[in-house]
Write a new protein. Structure first.
Length: 165
């Protein structure tokens, strides 16, 4: 067994509870892949001054039907209000979003994307998407589709159960 797989399998006793061992291994592989992909995307974005986390905030914000509040977007992203506020302040300084006061409640802040945001991603998306394609080229299209379905199902279940704990 290669060293990488040995490390990921540490402490797992497949002969005792094979299903549990597989699920723990899945968890570890998701984390390991997530860390590697984040590192690669941070490098890909380094010339722009954005991080992967900042880019994710912008992409999720772009998918919102209307300008969300900080609290709403923090919940969607499963991050603390304080963490999102720090990221949003940085993105506002960089010109990617604008933080405004809600018209009905002056205590509430809403996030709006700027024209710079739209121009920036229009220029970058083709190259960035091609790079992601290279990173995932080890998987066939059928494997990608199956993985997307499975991960989407897991994500929905995790988001649904978040409030139950």
């Amino acid at each position: 067994m290669e060293l990488r797989r040995q490390i990921l399998s540490l402490g797992l006793e497949a002969d005792r509870d094979a299903e549990q061992a597989e699920r723990v291994l899945l968890f570890r592989l998701l984390l390991a892949n997530g860390m590697e992909l984040r590192t690669r995307m941070d490098r890909q974005l380094s010339d722009s001054g954005l991080t992967t986390q900042q880019a994710m905030v912008l992409q999720v914000l772009q998918g919102q039907a209307e300008a969300p509040t900080l609290k709403q977007l923090a919940s969607t992203l499963a991050m603390s209000h304080q963490n999102l506020k720090q990221i949003a302040n940085v993105l506002e300084r960089k010109g990617f979003l604008e933080i405004t006061t809600d018209e009905q409640d002056g205590r509430v802040r809403r996030l709006h994307l700027t024209k710079l945001h739209h121009r920036f991603w229009k220029r970058r998306n083709t190259d960035d998407h091609a790079e992601v394609g290279q990173w995932t080229a080890a998987l066939s299209l059928a494997e990608v589709r199956a993985l997307v379905r499975g991960l989407d199902k897991l994500h929905r279940a995790l988001m649904q159960s978040r409030g139950e704990r």
